[in-house]
Design a protein. Structure first.
Length: 184
């Protein structure tokens, strides 16, 4: 047991380098760094298609099937109000439209318009080139292993949040892969 130099309090749960908590903390910090890099890259990739990263994210969520704003928000771990604001902008700009939802009269479904599909098609030309450049020195199996570990971490975070009685915003809603879906 050691003593904190700041408070003088004893630290009973001193971490060691082989502690999974230390490794997870390193992953969290690296994830914050990676998130910033991904956001910056997504701005550069989305700009030529006339999109923002947020619009790309919401539009991408409804490529496989129309979804409600609440379902998009849950799947992405975002606030419903934020997704609603982006969905409204997509509709106003003619990139998405709402349609009746047979399961719920008031919660309309969002789907891309033809122009929305055109913008996503532009991204599907540039984004794969970017991903190949980023991963040129990484084996595909290493990437799949990293994804599997990330999935297990998500599951653990969701499990602990539920055990603690904390509302969970995400939890695997977008794990289907392929980063953008296919047009049907």
């Amino acid at each position: 047991m050691s003593v904190s130099p700041t408070t003088g309090a004893a630290r009973a749960d001193e971490a060691t380098p082989d502690d999974p908590g230390v490794a997870l903390t390193d992953i969290v910090l690296r994830t914050f760094e990676l998130n910033g890099l991904f956001l910056s890259a997504s701005e550069r990739l989305a700009r030529p298609a006339g999109l923002t990263p947020a619009r790309w994210q919401v539009l991408g969520a409804v490529l496989a099937e129309p979804l409600t704003v609440s379902a998009i928000a849950r799947a992405m771990g975002l606030a419903r109000q934020s997704v609603q604001r982006i969905a409204d902008a997509l509709v106003a700009d003619g990139l998405a439209r709402t349609m009746d939802n047979p399961a719920h009269r008031r919660a309309r479904l969002l789907e891309p318009t033809e122009e929305g599909w055109n913008r996503i098609a532009m991204l599907h030309e540039t984004q794969p080139r970017w991903t190949r450049r980023v991963t040129q020195d990484i084996d595909v199996e290493q990437l799949r292993d990293a994804l599997a570990v990330m999935d297990r971490i998500v599951d653990g975070v969701v499990r602990v949040a539920r055990e603690d009685g904390t509302p969970v915003a995400a939890g695997g809603g977008l794990r289907e892969g392929a980063g953008g879906g296919a047009r049907s």
